[in-house]
Design a protein around this ligand. Structure first.
Ligand SMILES: OC[C@H]1O[C@H](O[C@H]2O[C@H](CO)[C@@H](O)[C@H](O)[C@H]2O)[C@H](O)[C@@H](O)[C@@H]1O
Length: 593
């Protein structure tokens, strides 16, 4: 009887939810996530037949070629030479052994016959606004060696600039690469497509390089995502359509506008930004929490519309999930994996209930400090753009929203003892309605993200607050010989100690600088000098720019995580250029470890 009632209630509720889902701008399928303690709804996007097929190819590649030098992403980036049904037929005809492998020879022949290589559907394109030494480039960099290196970093935009081959547009069904209206800058190496949050720091670098058109082209692509999907995708691939990444599009447009005064761009972007704002505030990303005074606050969390292995890491995700017992636990874990990828911090102990157990990832049960700081920034930027375009009521509405969020962040995240903003763990899964704030649920572990609100105007303009935060940043253990560590936990995950990431250095440094406080600027410069030095020394040793660095060892790039360290690298280049623009490099300052 109880079971019957539960299922009939479940069906009615499901119908209700389906009705509401239709009104969401994103079309998702609603499924249930059941665990011993709760029943949650999970919104998921359907998979594309091409992506599902390429996952099978990836699986066979893994079984056939083994783990050495294996990168799962390569296989979902392959482009078909013939249509899917012909390719699938040939694949199904391959002779297999009991474990699903085929002979290396047969497999290689199949790949060669039926596919273009990963990245073959992209072409190098020298940006039209690139010049070897732009007039007015880095006027404060006087040291000849540093200047020569900065010019090399600037010239890397040529290596990282791509446009899609026309086939992507004319035969999109053969590609997982999504058709884009303009050319773009990629992060580098295996990341051969445009990425969302990486683009912010790429654009910061492009602005230093005076490449305004290249910067605007990137933004054009991201706006096109919103027009097509209702949000900015993690990256330009069919397998990234189930999630976004940290929302920084409005910040990109703000920076471009500041450099160019391009009102036309602002006008074009505004409706898209409002749509993006709706996406981040739709049911799946929204959490309501009541504070100790009884005030209700609305904040946001990460939530991917996916509960299967991530196609670009399918073999890895299945292996990680293998210790979980049932299908529902696996689905739950896959949902958390994809939601963590939405955070950009994939992966980190920050998101794990038990830092020693990867399968305890619980990102959707956390209200993250940095995400809410980014959305606060979005509210302020939309208000600013509305003002620029003469839309007074929108400007007022978004300013009011930013006030609400600031209050919410103060109530939910701020910890007066630690002088940091702390992520908040929801006491029950985020699917279960309103939450009541309790002090023990602030995550007391130290992460660089605990300082990200400083990047936002309402926080860095508060002098007494900045003084406290500066003290905390200096003493909390994150400040290392060669930059700010991501966390204090050495887990082997890439968004943990001892790795330092360019975006984290930049947000903290810029927040300190913007406060206008002398002591904050001097800490900012100290961090920037350490970071520039390690980037430079590693470049001298390896000839390339790296994706992440080991902040404990001068000139050493970072490691850990699920793929080998990558080079190129968009955001590292952007941050080095932005730091050199801000602080310069005097002739008499050595650059050495
Ligand atoms: O292939 C695994 C994951 O790779 C990406 O994440 C990492 O690289 C991105 C590009 O530089 C970066 O934005 C992200 O912060 C990194 O952790 C990708 O974004 C993930 O979705 C993907 O699963």
């Amino acid at each position: 009887m109880a079971e019957f009632l539960f299922h009939s209630y479940k069906r009615k509720f499901q119908l209700l939810i389906l009705f509401f889902s239709l009104s969401l701008t994103i079309t998702t399928v609603v499924t249930w996530r059941e665990s011993s303690s709760s029943v949650c709804l999970v919104h998921t996007k359907p998979s594309s037949p091409l992506v599902s097929f390429l996952e099978r190819v990836q699986e066979t590649a893994f079984d056939t070629l083994g783990n050495t030098n294996f990168d799962a992403k390569t296989y979902v980036d392959l482009a078909l030479k013939f249509d899917l049904s012909a390719t699938e037929k040939a694949f199904d005809k391959l002779a297999r052994s009991a474990n699903g492998s085929v002979s290396v020879n047969d497999f290689n022949n199949f790949i060669e016959t039926y596919f273009d290589g990963a990245g073959d559907d992209l072409e190098y394109s020298i940006p039209g606004d690139f010049v070897p030494e732009p007039p007015g480039f880095l006027p404060k960099v006087k040291h000849p060696e540093v200047r020569a290196w900065a010019l090399k970093v600037h010239s890397l935009w040529k290596n990282l600039s791509r446009k899609e081959s026309t086939r992507v547009k004319t035969q999109p069904h053969l590609h997982t690469l999504l058709p884009l209206p303009a050319s773009f800058i990629i992060p580098g190496s295996r990341f051969r497509e445009v990425y969302y949050w990486d683009s912010y720091w790429v654009i910061r670098g492009l602005l230093v390089s005076k490449m305004y058109k290249t910067a605007a082209a990137i933004v054009t692509n991201l706006i096109a995502f919103i027009e097509e999907y209702g949000f900015v995708l993690n990256g330009a691939r069919a397998y990234y359509t189930n999630r976004s990444q940290p929302p920084l599009l409005s910040a990109m447009i703000y920076e471009i506008y500041k450099s160019t005064g391009d009102v036309k761009l602002v006008k074009r972007a505004l409706p898209a930004l409002r749509r993006e704002y709706e996406f981040w505030n739709s049911e799946i990303h929204r959490v309501t929490i009541r504070d100790t005074q009884g005030c209700s606050h609305t904040l946001n969390h990460y939530y991917a519309m996916w509960n299967k292995p991530r196609p670009e890491s399918s073999t890895t995700d299945k292996a990680s999930a293998s210790k979980l017992l049932n299908a529902s636990e696996k689905q739950h874990f896959y949902h958390e994996l994809a939601s963590t990828a939405e955070s950009g911090w994939d992966f980190s102990t920050r998101w794990m209930r038990d830092p020693s157990e990867f399968t305890t990832l619980a990102t959707t049960s956390i209200i993250p400090v940095d995400l809410n700081a980014f959305i606060l920034g979005m509210e302020l930027n939309i208000a600013f753009f509305a003002k620029v375009t003469g839309d007074k009521s929108t400007a007022e509405r978004f300013l009011e929203l930013s006030e609400f969020r600031k209050k919410a962040m103060n109530s939910v995240f701020w910890n007066e003892d630690m002088k940091q903003w702390l992520d908040y763990w929801l006491s029950n899964p985020s699917c279960e309605g309103d939450h009541v704030w309790v002090a023990q649920h602030q995550n007391k572990n130290i992460f660089a993200s605990n300082f990200v609100p400083l990047w936002m105007d309402p926080f860095h303009s508060d002098t007494s607050l900045v003084r406290k935060v500066v003290k905390s940043l200096k003493t909390c253990g994150l400040l290392r010989a060669h930059g700010i560590a991501t966390s204090l936990t050495e887990s082997g995950q890439q968004w943990d100690f001892p790795n330092g990431w360019a975006p984290l250095q930049h947000m903290l440094v810029e927040g300190l600088v913007k406060s206008g406080l002398k002591e904050a600027r001097s800490l900012a410069e100290e961090i920037a000098v350490r970071w520039i030095t390690t980037n430079y020394i590693s470049f001298k040793k390896t000839g390339v720019m790296h994706e992440k660095f080991d902040v404990g060892h001068c000139g050493e790039f970072g490691g850990g995580g699920e793929y080998v360290p990558q080079t190129g690298f968009g955001w590292s280049n952007g941050v080095v250029l932005a730091f050199l623009e801000e602080f310069g490099w005097p002739q008499d300052r050595n650059i050495d470890c």
